[in-house]
Design a protein around this ligand. Structure first.
Ligand code: PHE
Ligand code: NA
Length: 495
């Protein structure tokens, strides 16, 4: 079947890519990662990572996707048959990410409901772990499936399915045109509320004051680079896929800068709002800022309910708006992940969009099950760590080598410069060929060393094994899929 997908307009593409970029990462992940790294200590590494690696990689993926006009898998296959697996690996890793990303969206959905009656009561922390998650004492006891979480996971998968099933222009683009303006509005309301609370300024200072003493701390740099990858959706096969639907003469450089700056601007503004609210909490409870939140991964689900409890007025409304923002941001990202997987299957096996999206949604739902159990949070934490620190970082390195050295960065630059308004100089080649792979290589080695030396997160080895298994499986499956035969149309296609 031939399915010629294309964005209806440039604005549609921008909204969809910004929709993919702006997600749980900007609200839930960004706030806890920057909080863990002391706020101000994080900002400089974050901006450096954005300029040296984030934007160059976005340009790389936009131009590669647009040039090859296909899913990540077809794009690499067109480059050379033997590189096809380099396209499958991110597709499989993003599928793994999807299985738990959807679960976090579903928590947010449940929290909209909780917010209506402030069901979390006086102790949102206990509520999150015991009532909401039904968390077991450790990863070794799995506990049962939590039915209401499961139901909301089904709902979120279903929404994703409907949108992607309707196609690029009628599904994804249309949804983005509704979601993104709505999200911008919600963000403004949340931030304005955050910065007008008493004590907010102290929190915002924490966020903005650079802490130069931390610049030598490799942990902060690792966190910043990891966050940039995650937040820009690069190295996941997503941006390559989205760019393949661009019309012929689309400007690559401009679009990359717009998407990256819109995404980071969003994080920045939300960050001000979140830190403002944390500052308010610190003042109200007379707690040192560093101790306002104890469990960082749950920042959005613990600190926010606490803050909502303390709000002088409209607290119910504020809670509903905040968790709605999480749901909307989350879905506009998860649809981009689903699309990357669906399009890959569609290209390779000639599965129709309907067939591919049905299979992906059902398989994804099955994968999500483990995260709805009493040990779900532990699995999520471990699998996310391995997926990001090992798979995605390795994919980034391989992608830079294959596209920068073998295909040649200069060749790609000669392709995107003529169709772009701004011209990118040879600094870009240096970032792609040397700087980014060296940084990522260092990250990989540092994570491996720390994993071998101290494990991760205090989990038993038996628990960490699951991280290695999942990571290993994505690679094994990438190779298996690489060796399966292509649909007739693309069988002998090479650039
Ligand atoms: N960028 C999204 C976020 O910040 C997450 C994402 C990762 C989306 C990978 C697509 C692909 O939440
Ligand atoms: Na993001």
């Amino acid at each position: 079947m031939s399915e010629e997908n294309q964005w209806g307009s440039r604005l549609g593409f921008i909204l969809a890519t910004v929709g993919s970029a702006v997600g749980l990462g900007n609200i839930w992940r960004f706030s806890y990662v920057s909080y863990e790294n002391g706020g101000g200590a994080f900002l400089i590494p974050y901006l450096v990572a954005l300029l040296t690696t984030g934007i160059p990689l976005l340009i790389l993926e936009f131009s590669f996707g647009k040039k090859m006009r296909g899913s990540t898998v077809l794009a690499y296959k067109k480059l050379k048959k033997k590189w096809e697996w380099v396209g499958w690996w991110p597709v499989l890793s993003v599928f793994v990410l999807l299985t738990y990303y959807v679960v976090i969206i579903s928590w947010s959905l449940k929290y909209i409901y909780y917010a209506l009656s402030q069901a979390w009561g006086a102790n949102p922390e206990a509520f999150f772990y015991s009532e909401h998650l039904n968390l077991t004492s450790g990863i070794e006891s799995i506990g049962g499936i939590n039915i209401t979480i499961l139901l909301s996971v089904v709902a979120i998968w279903f929404i994703n399915y409907i949108i992607v099933y309707n196609g690029v222009e009628k599904g994804i683009e249309k949804a983005s045109k509704i979601f993104m303006p709505l999200l911008a509005l919600l963000m403004l309301i949340i931030t304005v509320r955050g910065i007008t609370l008493p004590g907010a300024v102290a929190g915002i200072n924490k966020f903005l004051e650079p802490d130069f003493s931390q610049l030598l701390n490799s942990k902060v740099w690792l966190a910043a680079y990891g966050q940039i990858f995650f937040t820009l959706s690069v190295c996941f096969g997503v941006m390559i896929t989205y760019a393949s639907y661009l019309p012929k003469d689309s400007d690559i450089v401009n679009n990359s800068f717009i998407a990256a700056l819109a995404n980071c601007g969003f994080s920045f503004i939300v960050g001000i709002g979140v830190f403002g609210i944390l500052g308010y909490m610190a003042t109200q409870t007379a707690t040192p800022f560093e101790d306002v939140v104890t469990q960082s991964i749950g920042l959005a689900f613990i600190a926010f309910p606490k803050a909502i409890n303390m709000l002088p007025a409209f607290s119910t409304l504020f809670g509903v708006l905040f968790f709605s923002a999480l749901v909307i941001a989350g879905i506009s990202s998860s649809i981009s992940m689903v699309e990357a997987v669906v399009k890959a299957l569609n290209d390779k096996f000639a599965w129709s969009r309907r067939k591919a999206s049905t299979i992906v949604a059902l398989a994804g739902l099955l994968g999500s099950l483990i995260f709805t159990t009493g040990a779900g949070l532990y699995f999520l934490d471990i699998i996310d760590y391995f997926n990001m620190q090992f798979s995605i970082v390795s994919i980034g390195i391989i992608q830079c080598i294959v596209l920068g050295w073998i295909y040649k960065a200069s060749k790609l630059r000669d392709y995107f410069n003529p169709i772009s308004n701004f011209q990118i100089g040879s600094w870009w080649d240096i970032m792609i060929k040397y700087f980014t792979p060296i940084i990522l290589g260092t990250m990989l080695i540092l994570s491996l060393i720390s994993e071998i030396k101290e494990g991760y997160g205090g989990y038993p080895i038996s628990g960490l094994k699951i991280g290695w298994i999942v990571t290993g499986l994505t690679l094994v499956f990438a190779i298996i899929l690489n060796n399966m035969s292509w649909q007739e149309k693309y069988k002998n296609i090479e650039e």
